[in-house]
Design a protein around this ligand. Sequence first.
Ligand SMILES: [Zn+2]
Length: 390
Amino acid sequence: MATAIPHDSLAMLRQLVSFDTTSRGSNLALIEFVRDYLDGHGISSELVYDDTGRKANLFATIGPPDIGGIVLSGHTDVVPVDGQDWRSDPFTLVERDGKAYGRGAADMKSFLAAALALVPEFKARTLRLPIHLAFSYDEEVGCLGVRGLLAELARREVKPRACIVGEPTEMRPVTGHKGKKSIRCAVHGFACHSALAHEGVNAVEAAAEIVAYIKGMARRKREHGPFHDGFVPPYTTVHTGVIKGGTALNIVPQECSFDFEFRYVPGDDPEALFEEIARFAEEHVLPEMRAVRPETGFGFTEIAAFPGLDTRDDAEVTQLVLALTGANATGKVSFGTEGGLFHQAGIPAVICGPGSIEQAHKPDEFIAVEQIVQCETFLRRLADRTAAGA
Ligand SMILES: [Zn+2]
């Protein structure tokens, strides 16, 4: 690759932002750039591709390969800029008044950039505990990509010891977020003239009864919990976000589909909540539909799911991140991350990265340059720790 290798975080961020890695497209240009850059520093990368070969995760280890170290984890994909009104080209980093603007500046290419820019420093130290880089694809569309990487890591004898997910927390240690499960329900009714409504099966009304039941569940969660301090709100939320059905008022609607989701706190089981909804539909909605037309019914399909994160304050990784940031308390966030999947894979995780989620996904997304400086300090301290062996 002809591009000069940048050696500082902002120059690296400029490079990373210049790759349009919107989740719907390929991330390979960025991944190959990172691979070549690491290669230039004598570090080999492992690429774990998706089924189409258009996207890949990257995993690399700096330091001894035969022991498990600390993973620096981040996603390479970004959300679309479609329909957003940007003051400048979203894929050209623009610096103005101590801020750097560009898609992914906050979520979360600055963390990747700082980690990459410090690779020569990591390399120059004799790390007794390795630092791993784990860069994923398709995080923004349901934490999909990292699953392939975790499956690959699970096959190895040596597993990383802990993971730091660099999602934007303004460099504050975050130990928890809710899990999410989203489901589509497709209701198949029977169409006829609305004047003969008794001969049809109204898919919109059947859907509405299930949606109303879901709303009842949401109220119950709000009133009776379980409650988990630190989350906002401190209970599981359940809601229906999309509904589509019917064609004209004088036709009994044949089809209706709706999407609902759980964002659940630790201690709540999304599977049990879903079973409850399915049972209601089966026992209270379906019989009336089938009595008119036996071929009617509905089906549920999962849209996306990722587990929550609830790392203990006394966990080794939490203590490490507290020490690296100098913070004396941990927090929780309302957005999901890949951290829950790392945890599920037996790799304890804490979230800590530069920038604010307030700026993520919006037009004129930016990172305060001071945040990148803080992130560099954090990573240098990590290198000190890993050079010392813990
Ligand atoms: Zn993110």
